[in-house]
Design a protein around this ligand. Structure first.
Ligand SMILES: *Cc1c(COP(=O)(O)O)cnc(C)c1O
Length: 402
């Protein structure tokens, strides 16, 4: 297990002050210092402990079902004239990559002596993954969720409740993910001693982006091994992942960031079109700002008000991007593309028909860009299929006749 690998010399990993280039840091209210400082001083030491790694490993194997397969998608490869491998995070317990991070953080919370867990959620995927590990570890679980999202995502709300979590509606602002995150932070300020905040993506104040990336880095650790077995080389020509806050992308890229021959492609949500006013294409539209404790690229007005994002996929519907990715964008290490709602829908139908796999709406954004890359027949392409499409069936069905 490589979650505590020393990345000190890399210019793409976090530096000792919690920055990726000019992005990152911990811009938090003073009331939150003790909580965040506790994490900053302890997380790396805890992750480095062999007994922690053993416990994390065993749960990923026996509870989550890892390693997830690396599948050479024959008919998709035929269509795009390259060797396309899908990293099957959709086959994990609870249906997406999110569980890798919640397993890691609940083990960390136990070692910090915490007894209560809080989380934010948008579509409910991270909420479900958090409620799941809280049931597993017998911890109290409170999930903040925008009241509009509670209505839109009823099945996931029911799942969280069945798993024993309390779901608290966030009624401020746009009543969606960003407001739920604000509520979770407020709760944490009021409960600094017994509570750990399980943040669901590679954003937030340091050390969250690095910590979440490390828990998700099991994805690229497995890809290296599996690709070597299947092709003789650990290095693909392309790595592709969709990006909301950036956790599945961070996990997919982590062990390849310092391999310059591997092209890194991140796909944002273009919504109804990047310049339509209904989009979440942060690198295209964003400017330097601070959101939820991190200095990063952020969609905002000229006087710094956050612009409401739009995407057909709730998991990509976020106005910011994790600081690691802002840095990959700015340095040119990663290529950032966007896929519109319609392109993602078409890609989801295509994968279902060609491979018998119904992808999550988020993952479909990554699939949608295969058609736009200058692929060669000999190229090995690894695409992170971050989740399965069960949660999106209503969306798929309602667009089917188009
Ligand atoms: C939440 C989610 C995402 C987006 O989150 P990242 O942190 O950017 O990975 C992508 N795919 C699926 C299936 C999700 O549930």
């Amino acid at each position: 297990m490589d979650i505590a690998i020393n990345t000190g010399n890399s210019k793409y990993h976090v530096d000792k002050n919690g920055y990726y280039g000019r992005f990152g840091g911990a811009y938090i209210p003073e009331m939150l210092y003790p909580n965040v400082e506790e994490l900053q001083t302890q997380y790396f030491q805890i992750l480095s402990d062999p007994s922690f790694q053993q416990e994390f490993d065993a749960l990923l194997r026996n509870y989550v079902g890892r390693p997830s397969p690396l599948y050479l998608a024959q008919r998709l490869s035929e269509k795009y004239q390259a060797n396309i491998y899908l990293k099957r995070e959709d086959l994990n317990h609870t249906g997406a990559h999110k569980i890798n991070n919640t397993i890691g953080q609940i083990l960390l919370a136990k070692r910090l002596g915490k007894t209560r867990i809080i989380a934010e959620t948008g579509a409910g995927q991270h909420g479900v993954a958090t409620a799941t590990v809280c049931a597993l570890m017998n911890m109290e679980c409170v999930v903040y969720m925008g009241s509009i999202d509670i209505e839109r995502q009823a099945p996931n709300v029911a799942r969280m409740k069945m798993l024993g979590a309390t779901v608290v509606p966030a009624t401020s602002g746009s009543q969606t993910l960003k407001d739920a995150t604000n509520e979770a932070i407020r709760d944490w300020i009021n409960n600094p001693i017994d509570t750990h905040y399980i943040l669901g993506t590679a954003s937030g104040p340091h050390p969250y982006p690095d910590m979440v990336a490390r828990f998700q880095s099991v994805i690229s650790e497995e890809i290296r091994k599996q690709l070597k077995e299947q092709t003789g080389s650990e290095l693909p020509d392309y790595l592709i992942a969709c990006i909301g806050g950036g956790s599945n992308a961070a996990g997919t890229f982590f062990h390849y960031l310092d391999e310059p021959s591997v092209k890194i492609v991140a796909v944002e949500a273009g919504g109804k079109g990047v310049h339509s006013g209904f989009s979440a294409a942060t690198t295209q539209l964003g400017h330097l700002g601070i959101i939820h404790g991190a200095k990063t690229l952020l969609m905002q007005t000229s006087d710094g008000q956050i612009i409401e994002p739009h995407s057909i996929s709730a998991g990509l519907d976020y106005p910011g991007i994790g600081p690691m990715h802002a840095h990959l964008y700015e340095t040119g290490r990663g290529q950032f593309l966007s896929a519109t709602d319609d392109e993602a829908l078409a890609a989801a139908y295509e994968l279902s028909k060609l491979e018998g796999i119904i992808p999550a709406m988020e993952s479909a954004h990554a699939l949608a860009k295969l058609k736009d890359l200058p692929l060669q027949k000999s190229d090995n392409v690894v695409l992170c299929l971050s989740g399965r499409g069960d949660k999106d069936l209503n969306t798929y069905i309602s667009h089917m006749t188009k």
